[in-house]
Design a binder for this molecule. Structure first.
Ligand code: KG4
Ligand code: ZN
Length: 363
């Protein structure tokens, strides 16, 4: 890839200005994602192209993500993906106005790859760079869909590492209403799947198996369902699944679809009930679901049905943009810049934030 700088198509870095063409790089875990989003006015920024390389196959042999392997693979993939995205959009690197990257949370080594490449590109092009919060990327990913939401809304953020309910009033205005006190919903899927021998990542495998099972076959706990608050707890569920699997012994093999369906039903019921409670509590009539678990078909069907009855509009990211991708990072950067919540900078030194709570996003 050759790097030739030219005059930026936007005049300066004034906060709130439409940022123009944003190149986004995601490398926080086991997916390398690169995308181009264009924001020319105050309307919803438009996705021009995105490309993704998933490392799932590479990590499968180990039953989970191996951080060192993840970092090395991001190094191999990120520039070829950027070239691919520019070609798909019919753009040259010189047209990029801002380079955005995932600053955290995530695996430190993996984050360093995307941050390093983004800052090097920014420096070479003389363009400003912006570090983005990975969860804000997920949260704003439904704005990439054909029917984007409007503020304010309740957000159910269900990724591999986080489960949170939020009140979202605008870009950067996030009030956490409840969150998990231990495992995330994605972890509950992944850990239950692992102990059923379904491999990694467990969520999609478990939900596929659940399609042929009976969700009422096993009585599994619905942690904190009646706690009266909006917090979650999923650690006890995986222990209950383990106990049930041990009890089944040799019968486990033939009962796996039933156990998978029962596990999924327990997770989905808690997510559903707490989301509806958050809507009642805030009085809001719009729900946004984001993060990898948002791809779960059962969760979508149950939420759609409940929201129809409650006259609530529900928005999801497109299925292929539920899990990690570069489009959500470019989008979050474009929306932050457009709203004036952030300013891209020309200081090309960088640090990553492997742990970075969403309510500390401006720190
Ligand atoms: O948002 P994400 O890509 O990564 C994080 O930021 O953590 O979410 C990954 C999580 C994994 O736990 C994966 O098992 C889960 O999303 N997942 C699913 C489905 N697709 C992905 N869980 C349930 N059903 C699915 N269809
Ligand atoms: Zn993610």
């Amino acid at each position: 890839m050759s790097v030739t700088a030219s005059t930026p198509s936007f005049a300066d870095d004034t906060p709130g200005r439409a940022p123009g063409l944003v190149l986004g790089i995601e490398s926080s875990c086991d997916e390398t994602g690169v995308a181009l989003v264009h924001a020319s006015g105050q309307g919803v920024p438009r996705l021009e192209a995105h490309a993704l390389h998933s490392q799932i196959e590479m990590h499968q042999a180990y039953g989970g993500v191996v951080p060192e392997l993840a970092s090395r693979d991001h190094i191999r993939r990120v520039l070829p993906l950027a070239t691919q995205v520019l070609a798909a959009a019919g753009r040259s690197l010189a047209e990029v106005d801002v380079v955005a990257y995932t600053r955290g949370p995530g695996l430190a080594g993996a984050l360093l790859v995307g941050s390093g490449v983004a800052c090097a590109l920014g420096a070479a092009l003389g363009r400003p760079v912006l570090g983005v919060h990975h969860l804000e990327g997920h949260l704003l990913s439904p704005f990439l869909s054909a029917d984007p939401p409007e503020f304010p809304f309740v957000a159910l953020l269900v990724s591999g590492g986080h489960t949170q309910l939020m009140r979202v009033d605008a870009v950067g205005e996030y009030q956490i209403l409840g969150e998990t006190i231990d495992d995330a919903a994605g972890e509950a899927f992944d850990k239950s799947a692992k102990l059923m021998g379904l491999g990694y990542p467990g969520g999609p495998a478990l939900s596929r198996l659940a399609e042929t099972g009976d969700p009422a076959a096993f009585k599994l706990p619905r942690p904190l369902l009646h706690s009266g608050d909006l917090d979650f707890s999923f650690a006890g569920l995986k222990t209950a699944v383990l106990t049930q699997a041990r009890k089944l012994g040799d019968a486990l093999e033939s009962r796996k679809p039933d156990l998978a369906a029962s596990t999924q039903a327990a997770i989905v019921e808690v997510l559903l009930k707490k989301s509806m409670a958050a809507l009642r509590q805030t009085g809001l009539r719009r729900l946004v679901v984001a993060g990898g678990v948002g791809a779960n078909r059962e969760l979508r069907q149950r939420l759609n049905a409940a929201c129809l009855v409650a006259r609530v509009r529900v928005h999801y990211p497109e299925l292929h943009l539920c899990t990690d991708n570069g489009a959500m990072i470019a989008m979050a950067a474009a929306m932050r810049l457009q709203s004036g919540r952030a300013q891209a900078g020309r200081d090309y030194s960088f640090d990553v934030r492997p742990r970075w709570p969403l309510d500390a996003i401006d720190t």
